[in-house]
Write a protein that binds this ligand. Structure first.
Ligand code: PLP
Length: 493
């Protein structure tokens, strides 16, 4: 079909200067062996795996293979369903780590984007004012409570969080730039926010920011002590609901206490809503459940309507103006080249409208509560397997009992052959079984191997939940030995 030969630079000798007829094209400009769009779509799963290993991330492929996900090539996706190369439909309770609130290919998102393209609208308008960026910022400021009015547009959650930390630091000044953050936090992998992402693995041996202090998540006393002993702490940065940490919430009193403490100590509270925001918890921002408003917040993921990369930092106007409000400071941070890109902005504008028109937050709250009660029913049925059910709306975590030290003797020899990552972690085996035998996709959490993360699109119905619960019930009914041996068999198959 195609050779996929790598282009070599200066493969042939340059043409001598005095040659009468120059070559039609310099050798370096001869079209290399590129794949076309059609060829890309038609790549077999084997060829895709080969290219993934050669050019993307062989280590990541290892994990996909471990769970059996490497056999599936998605051909299309609509609503809550993926369709693979064999026409098999897969129920998406993973939701792209929370980036598919509207489901896949929502018709209104597709129509808005098509119209925008058909009208030859512009994308990059850095020299001119963009009506699309202005309208999106207006919509976000309208939705955001209080005076969270000033918006920076970017393309990823990490970028929005970088903007959040930077606006807070600029407003506080260098003497008060120390950031307080939480254990098991996840704020992104760019270098600034990686410094406050509590993972030894991700932080690796990078040179990171030193001006920071870590406390347990939800521990108001620890924050109070830290602020009292160290006046250089000017910023508190927390996910409203910890995602990577295993779907962890703090009670309303914590958030109310935090708000009061920050006000009293003149500390800025940055709420990372990249995962919990855009309606996932049943409110647009998860902090709205607690009746408090942060000084700065950040959104990404589903803000792109499941179709594009869009992220936003939203700051209180006073803070933003202090940081970047004058002509001399306006360009210190932003605009980002692709931050206000036309089609992404109109996609986000349409996504926000759809969320309210289709009452997706109401649905997330109601159907999410139903899912939680069904999971609790299974917990009562399988107390030896399910340890906890947590979260709200469609940001839910299902924690399995820790079998790392107590796997049944019968499966220990087979287990010892498995990858370190899987040993003792029921969630890997169960997630794999749900996909393999029941066509249901779920996600895992970064730091807690025993937690399955359930983040279906906010359009999910009770019937979808029933299908997932029935599948989970069937998997759990086999007990640990069957769950593990089925997994090991599937590895051999
Ligand atoms: C809470 C939170 N903050 C920040 C990020 C980083 O977002 P991105 O992967 O788009 O850079 C994530 C990503 O999962 C997240 O969950």
């Amino acid at each position: 079909m195609f050779g996929l030969k790598k282009r070599t630079v200066n493969e042939t000798q340059p043409t001598p200067v005095m040659t009468v007829t120059p070559p039609a094209m310099a050798p370096d400009l001869v079209r290399p062996d590129l794949l076309t769009v059609e060829q890309s779509k038609d790549l077999s799963i084997e060829k895709t795996a080969e290219l993934f290993n050669q050019h993307l991330n062989p280590g990541q492929y290892h994990f996909m293979k471990l769970l059996g996900f490497h056999r599936i090539k998605i051909e299309s996706a609509k609503g809550i369903w993926y369709t693979d190369q064999n026409g098999r439909k897969i129920l998406d309770f993973f939701g792209g780590f929370g980036s598919l609130s509207l489901g896949h290919n929502h018709p209104r998102i597709l129509a808005a984007r098509k119209k925008f393209q058909d009208e030859d609208r512009h994308e990059i308008a850095m020299a001119f004012l963009s009506q699309y960026a202005a309208a999106l910022a207006h919509n976000l400021a309208t939705i955001a409570p209080g005076d969270l009015d000033m918006v920076f547009l970017g393309s990823s959650g990490s970028e929005a969080m970088e903007a959040a930390i930077k606006v807070a630091e600029r407003a506080q000044g260098p003497e008060r730039s120390k950031v307080l953050y939480a254990q098991n936090s996840f704020h992104g992998k760019t270098k600034g926010v990686l410094s406050i992402t509590d993972s030894q693995l991700y932080q690796s041996e990078f040179n990171l920011l030193e001006d920071k202090v870590k406390v347990p998540f939800g521990d108001l006393e620890a924050i109070k002590n830290a602020l009292e002993t160290d006046p250089s702490i000017g910023i508190v940065c927390l996910e409203t609901i910890q995602g990577g940490g295993g779907i962890i919430e703090a009670p309303a009193e914590f958030w109310q206490g935090l708000r009061a403490l920050c006000d009293a100590k003149n500390v800025l509270w940055v709420a990372d809503e990249v995962q919990s925001g855009t309606g996932r918890s049943g409110r647009f921002f998860a902090f709205e459940h607690y009746g408090v408003i942060p000084d700065v917040t950040a959104l990404a993921k589903s803000l792109g309507g499941g179709k594009t990369a869009m992220a936003a930092m939203i700051a209180r106007r006073e803070i933003y103006m202090k940081a970047y409000g004058k002509p001399a400071t306006a360009l210190i941070h932003g605009p980002a080249t692709f931050g206000g890109i036309g089609e992404s902005c109109i996609t986000a504008i349409e996504a926000l409208n759809v969320m309210y028109d289709e009452q997706l937050m109401e649905n997330a709250e109601a159907v999410g509560a139903y899912m939680k009660s069904e999971l609790q029913r299974l917990q009562a049925k399988y107390p030896k397997l399910i340890k906890d059910v947590r979260g709200r709306g469609f940001m839910m975590g299902l924690e399995f009992q820790d079998f790392s030290q107590t796997m049944p003797v019968a499966v220990r020899p087979a287990l010892s052959m498995l990858d370190e990552k899987l040993k003792g972690s029921l969630s890997g085996f169960i997630g794999s079984a749900l996909l393999r035998d029941h066509d249901v996709l779920v996600a895992f959490t970064e730091y807690n191997r025993n937690v399955v993360r359930l983040q279906p699109p906010l359009i999910a119905t009770r019937e979808n939940v029933d299908m997932f619960i029935t599948a989970l019930d069937k998997v759990l009914s086999g007990g640990v030995i069957k769950i593990v041996t089925d997994f090991i068999k599937s590895q051999r198959g």
